[in-house]
Each structure stands twice: as structure tokens, then as C-alpha cells.
Design a protein around this ligand. Structure first.
Ligand SMILES: [Ca+2]
Length: 369
């Protein structure tokens, strides 16, 4: 048996991901409307100009309706418009469609060419369920590096009938939230304060919980999370920086889904996007939909946290097809993802009948850091 120490968990990192996020507060309190288009006057598009791939445009009974063709239907907002770009802005759009697809908002702080201010990377996508039912999609663009937003454009997808009740931009009240004080639920998720920590349930793939932070990334490269998960393979940590738009995402894998409290220490120094000032952290504690997770705490500091946390992620024969009478090796990889060094670690191997051990059945390691 050989021992291997691995300091951190395996983390996968995806850069420049445009995550479409639907935000829902626990209550409607704590958000203010900063811009809105209600389509409540007959025939008044309120400045939303369709391109040629948007047909049969009509505003009646408080609803903007149209049909889309082709690959690039667009509604440009051409009315004068300017808002302060906050990281806590949420675009809300109540619509129904009779086809599934990915819709997008483009946004910008300039009219400068090319594309009259719009740029391919300044956009936020979201998935539209085309079952003909009304839904309010809530999209978190994290467009704060723009400073202000003066250009807005809605790109539905082709080949569907759309009805839009309203488009509005709200600002979440995040002032009193933080790692120790509270989280908002994002998408179809719920987060409840308990005597110690929170219980978190996420019911759709994009759902997560979110909180504002103000962290110097270079001085604080360890994100530590203590939680108890019963089901699921991986969790996802999200973060937003002061200088770049959108969310960055780190996959925490594998989860130790035994229902007990474990500490996950992530060393963020490996990720070049973890730089400057971190202004928001998000967490999706399990990929298992509908599963409730006990979240004890999340902390960001200059070192890993917690007691030693040993486990064996790999325990297998070295030889994929062992044969009778031939000696093979059995390899166990022991990791310590806790904040402290494990001392006097002992392992004992118990084999079934018929398997002969060539080495020592017990093994001890003085320190596992
Ligand atoms: Ca309306």
C-alpha cells in the first residue's frame, strides 16, 4: 500500500463562463426598480425597435407580442436610457414562448462603433422554457465594470411566438448581507438561517446562493466551506471580481456525500481569475436537484481551515485484470483536505479469504499535511 498526500481537493475551473442566473429574493423586500418597460399603452413599443427577423409586432392589452424568424432576431432599445451599473442589478423579463431556446441581453456603456456600442462578450444568456406558460426570468448580468449602462438589446431566438408582459431592471438590496450575515437565493433555490449556519436547497441547475464580499484576492487565496451533503457529486463556487463582468466558476469535486460535516478547502491561487478585489461569492452546494444541504460556514482567508479531514478517494488494484497466482499492488490514495496536519495516521488492510498479502497489513504515517 502506498500513501500519497494531496493538499487540496481536485478543482476544475472554467473561465469566462456566461452563467445565466435567475435571481429570486426570499421576499420582494430589499429591491428597487431602476428601469422598466410595461407595454401598457396600445401600440407603444417604448423604444424597443425590432429588426427584420421580428414579425407581427403588436402592443395590446399590456403585452408586447411578436413572432421570430431566422437566426438573429433582435429588439434594440433606442429610447434614451442610462442607469448606474451595479453588481446587484437584475434584469427581469416576464414572458411566454411556444418554443425552447437561449435568449440573450446585450448591454453596454457606449454608443461607440463597432456595433453601435454592443460587443460580443457584453451579454448575458438565459434559457427560455417554451411551454407557453408565463414565467419571470431574472438575470444577473454582473455588468458593474461598465460603470453605467446606456445600451440594451434583447435577442430572442428564431422560430417562436413570444409575448412579453414587462422588462425591468431592479437592484437587490445587498448592503446588510455578507458571509456571516446572510445569502440571497438565486434562481429556484431557498436559503434559511438556522441556529448555526443555513440550510440550502437548489431546485434547478442554475440555482445557487449569493452574498456580497470585499476580499483582497492576492492576500486571501483560501476559500473554505463547511457543509454536510447527503447526495450529489460536485458543488460549485462562483465569484465575481470588481474589474470583470459575469461570474467565474470553480467546481468542487468530489463531494463527500455521507451526510456529515466536512470542510472543503479550495486554494484559489491556481486560478488567474482570482485577482484584484472579489465582490461577490456564490455557492451551489450540490448538483443534486431538490437536495437540502446544511451549510455551516464559508470563509476566505490566507490559510486552509479546520481539523484534519482524511479520506480515501482512490482504492484500487494497480492491475486492471489481475490473475491467479500473480502478485499485484493495491493502491490507496489518502488525502487530507482539512486545515491541520494529521498526525500518527494508521491504516489497516483486511483482505477477503483467498487473497494473500505479501507485505504488512498495517501501515502508519507520522504526518499527513
Ligand atoms: Ca405589461
Amino acid at each position: 500500500m502506498s500513501n500519497l498526500t494531496e493538499f487540496a481537493l481536485s478543482v476544475m475551473f472554467a473561465t469566462a463562463i456566461l452563467v445565466s442566473l435567475a435571481v429570486s429574493l426570499l421576499s420582494s423586500q430589499g429591491e428597487k426598480v431602476v428601469a422598466e418597460w410595461q407595454f401598457d399603452r396600445e401600440g407603444d413599443l417604448q423604444g424597443w425597435q425590432p429588426n427584420v427577423q421580428i414579425k407581427d409586432v403588436k402592443v395590446a392589452n399590456g403585452i408586447l407580442s411578436f413572432r421570430t424568424e431566422g437566426y438573429d432576431p433582435i429588439l434594440f432599445l433606442e429610447a434614451p436610457f442610462e442607469i448606474h451599473a451595479s453588481p446587484w442589478n437584475v434584469i427581469e423579463i416576464r414572458l411566454k414562448a411556444d418554443g425552447d431556446g437561449v435568449a440573450e441581453f446585450f448591454w453596454s456603456n457606449t454608443y461607440e462603433e463597432p456595433y453601435r456600442g454592443f460587443r460580443p462578450h457584453k451579454r448575458t444568456e438565459f434559457w427560455v422554457t417554451g411551454d407557453g406558460k408565463w414565467r419571470t426570468y431574472k438575470i444577473l448580468p454582473l455588468w458593474h465594470p461598465e460603470g453605467k449602462i446606456i445600451r440594451l438589446r434583447f435577442d430572442p431566438f428564431g422560430g417562436a411566438n413570444f409575448e412579453i408582459d414587462f422588462i425591468r431592471i431592479v437592484e437587490l438590496e445587498a448592503k446588510n448581507l455578507g458571509l456571516e450575515t446572510g445569502w440571497v437565493a438565486v434562481g429556484d433555490a431557498s436559503v434559511r438561517r438556522e441556529k448555526e449556519g443555513w440550510t440550502v436547497t437548489t431546485k434547478e441547475p442554475d440555482a445557487l446562493i449569493l452574498t456580497p464580499v470585499s476580499i483582497d484576492a492576492e492576500a486571501n487565496s483560501f476559500v473554505s466551506i463547511q457543509m454536510a451533503v447527503r447526495k450529489g457529486d460536485y458543488a460549485t463556487l462562483y465569484f465575481a471580481t470588481e474589474k470583470e463582468h459575469g461570474f467565474k466558476r470553480v467546481s468542487i469535486s468530489p463531494l463527500i456525500a455521507d451526510g456529515k460535516e466536512h470542510i472543503y478547502n479550495l486554494d484559489m491561487i491556481a486560478y488567474q481569475e482570482w485577482r484584484g478585489r472579489i465582490i461577490a461569492l456564490g455557492l451551489r452546494p450540490t448538483d443534486k436537484l431538490g437536495e437540502t444541504v446544511r451549510l455551516s460556514w464559508v470563509s476566505v482567508s490566507d490559510r486552509p481551515k479546520g481539523l484534519p479531514d482524511l479520506r480515501i478517494p482512490i482504492f484500487a488494484l494497480d492491475d486492471a485484470s489481475p490473475r491467479v497466482g500473480i502478485t499485484t499492488s493495491l493502491i490507496a490514495t489518502v488525502t487530507n483536505s482539512g486545515g491541520e496536519t494529521a498526525k500518527n495516521v494508521r491504516a489497516k488492510l483486511i483482505l477477503p479469504k483467498g487473497v494473500e498479502l505479501k507485505g504488512d497489513a498495517s501501515l502508519s504515517v507520522e504526518q499527513l499535511g
